[in-house]
Write a protein that binds this ligand. Structure first.
Ligand code: 3PG
Length: 211
């Protein structure tokens, strides 16, 4: 299976920060009720590994992945915890070698043509475009994609519901990621109905797009 196929049914990927392990399953369930089938749990908190493990074990209706991967060792750790994909803000030889060795679904990050090309040379044709908005956003992706038509992008960083629509209108964008509908403050406060409402609203806007 190609990595991008994991996102076919879910064009918006929640990039989440979990402080408290007790928030993981309710958050995943709030997303599932909105119709979201994927979750990226970032390795930015101590609770992240346990959160991945719990969601992988208890929520079969959501495909759990790990975000903010920064070193090779984390790839094995998150896969052992049950992550089905790994996302990194960038890449290094060590990270790419480990992903090859473990046959991991890694989505490495690129913000320039040189980085996208380096990744393509290593066999990646699906890359995270990060940090999307401050790196030039939609105009930058269009510019990158013209000479690099084989590559498709997963933009994240500064995306909102409205911007998501415009990104997803580009042929080279399969899905977008973001925290706008999984605000860490709301998650911390246990406001999961807010998450469901925001995620549903975002999917509704996307569903209303002309084909
Ligand atoms: C990421 O890791 O992809 C970003 O932190 C998500 O960006 P956002 O919080 O600006 O949506």
């Amino acid at each position: 299976m190609k990595t991008e196929d994991l996102f076919v049914d879910t064009p918006i990927v929640p990039v989440v920060v979990i402080d408290d392990i007790d928030q993981a399953v309710p958050l995943a369930n709030a997303l599932i009720s909105a119709g979201i089938g994927v979750i990226e749990i970032t390795l930015r908190t101590d609770a992240a590994f346990a959160a991945i493990e719990q969601v992988a074990r208890e929520c079969p209706d959501i495909c759990v992945g790990a975000g903010s991967i920064r070193n090779a060792m984390q790839i094995g750790q998150v896969m052992d915890a049950g992550a089905r994909f790994c996302v990194s803000p960038g890449f290094s030889d060590g990270l790419l070698d480990e992903a090859d060795a473990r046959d991991a679904h890694l989505i490495p990050g690129a913000g320039t043509a040189a980085e996208a090309l380096q990744l393509y040379e290593r066999g990646y044709d699906f890359v995270k475009f990060f940090p999307a908005e401050v790196s030039g956003g939609i105009r930058m992706i269009k510019a990158l994609s013209a000479p690099l038509p084989e590559i498709s992008f997963f933009p994240t960083g500064g995306i909102t519901a409205e911007l998501a629509v415009d990104y997803l209108d580009l042929d080279c964008v399969r899905c977008v990621g973001g925290s706008w509908f999984v605000s860490p403050d709301r998650v911390r406060a246990g406001d999961f109905s807010w998450v469901t409402a925001q995620a549903s609203a975002a999917l509704r806007i996307l569903g209303d797009r002309p084909e």
